[in-house]
Design a protein around this ligand. Structure first.
Ligand code: SAH
Ligand code: SF4
Length: 357
């Protein structure tokens, strides 16, 4: 059976002379062609060989929702009809001078999925509700960004950050994730430095270690959400297998660029973990780690077991951390009106109990 060429790293293409592989990558990722015929500088025999072995299979976009703040949520259909989602988050608008010339380019972050569903089963997460279906292939991960760049006319060389924070647990699909990271960062392709790619995990300690050993150069984000094991177990059953201490240990051993920080995501849930006692414990826990904390408002959905915290509580929590010298941001409710938290668009599309907004 033919393979999707988006699944393949340049090394795996294994063409000789090697500059042929570079040319193929250039056509696929910089020019965005969708057929081998268009690869004009390749010899006919090579085009035929590629045609024989590979398909070029982009993702099919079935729905786009635009939020007031400019973020866009995409629902994609895979070859086997399963659906996944990704989000485009504009971070900075482009700036032009009086003549209309661009003086600062727009910045984007794209949030991509790594699995259909998820095995981890966090109590607050909509993706978890559908259970686990399957891993995404490297090409399905790469395809999300390709489709989004194309739809928004984002030039090939424009800086884009990638966060693996969509549906699924990236480290539960480590092999395909690693390939996607390599394809994204290939200088002949999209050329997105690994330092612009952040892998977010619920805390699979042994896999954090493995990812570190692969030395890919990516950044790490830990979905912590709770500072004591009892509560974390209730929110994230994975904590029974890998408790907070084991996650912190894995983070401390993770190789990271000295100028960069490990991000700790803390989902703030009303009356569950939004108190200053938790903030205090968090400060202790992060002692000795070059960390930054990202507070996220819990995003409720119909029949969700938790509630959104008050802005006052979140700000108070943030102030406490800042006072203690810990870098801390609050994730603005980007895309809240398009239900940007993981799994929520898919859930509505598949016509479950979730009502139309
Ligand atoms: N599985 C990985 C990455 C995907 S989840 C992980 O858990 O890190 C990405 C983020 O979405 C996680 O930080 C998760 O806590 C957050 N999330 C899940 N459900 C949410 C909700 N209802 N509101 C806000 N954020 C949510
Ligand atoms: Fe999976 Fe992340 Fe959702 Fe937990 S929060 S169920 S790990 S996708």
């Amino acid at each position: 059976m033919k393979k999707n060429i988006y699944d393949i790293t340049k090394e795996e293409l294994n063409l000789s002379p090697t500059f042929r592989a570079k040319q193929v990558f250039h056509w696929l990722y910089q020019k965005g062609v969708k057929s081998f015929k268009e690869m004009k500088n390749l010899p006919k025999s090579l085009k035929e060989e590629l045609e024989k072995n590979y398909t070029i299979s982009p993702l099919e976009t079935i729905k786009v929702e635009k939020s007031k703040d400019g973020s866009k949520k995409y629902l994609f259909k895979l070859q086997d009809n399963h659906t996944i989602e990704a989000v485009l988050l504009p971070m900075k608008k482009e700036e032009r001078d009086k003549e209309g010339k661009i003086v600062k380019e727009a910045r984007y972050t794209v949030c991509v999925s790594t699995q259909v569903g998820c095995k981890v089963g966090c109590a607050f997460c909509l993706t978890a509700k559908g259970g686990f279906v399957r891993n995404l292939t490297p090409g399905e991960i790469v395809g999300q960004l390709l489709a989004i760049k194309e739809d928004n006319n984002i030039p090939a060389n424009r800086r884009v950050n990638i966060v693996y924070m969509g549906m699924g647990e990236p480290l539960d699909n480590l092999e395909n994730l690693a390939k996607a990271i390599k394809i994204f960062s290939d200088p002949d392709g999209l050329n997105i430095s690994p330092r612009r790619q952040t892998v977010s995990t619920s805390g699979l300690a042994p896999k954090i270690k493995k990812l570190g050993e692969m030395n890919l150069g990516v950044l790490l984000a830990i979905s912590l959400h709770a500072v004591d094991d009892k509560l974390r177990e209730r929110l994230m059953p994975i904590n029974k297998a890998y408790n907070i201490e084991s996650v912190i240990k894995a983070v401390k051993e993770f190789p990271i660029d000295q100028r960069k920080r490990v991000m700790f995501e803390y989902l703030v849930i009303k009356d569950v973990n939004d108190d200053l006692k938790s903030a205090k414990k968090l400060v202790k826990l992060l002692n000795g780690i070059k960390a930054k904390v990202n507070l996220i408002y819990f995003n409720p959905y119909p029949n969700s077991p938790f509630q959104r915290p008050s802005e006052e509580k979140v700000r108070e929590f943030q102030r406490y951390l800042l006072d203690k010298g810990i870098l801390c941001t609050v994730r603005e409710s980007k895309g809240l009106d398009i239900s940007a938290a993981c799994g929520q668009l898919k859930e509505r599309e598949s016509g479950s109990s979730i009502q139309k907004l």
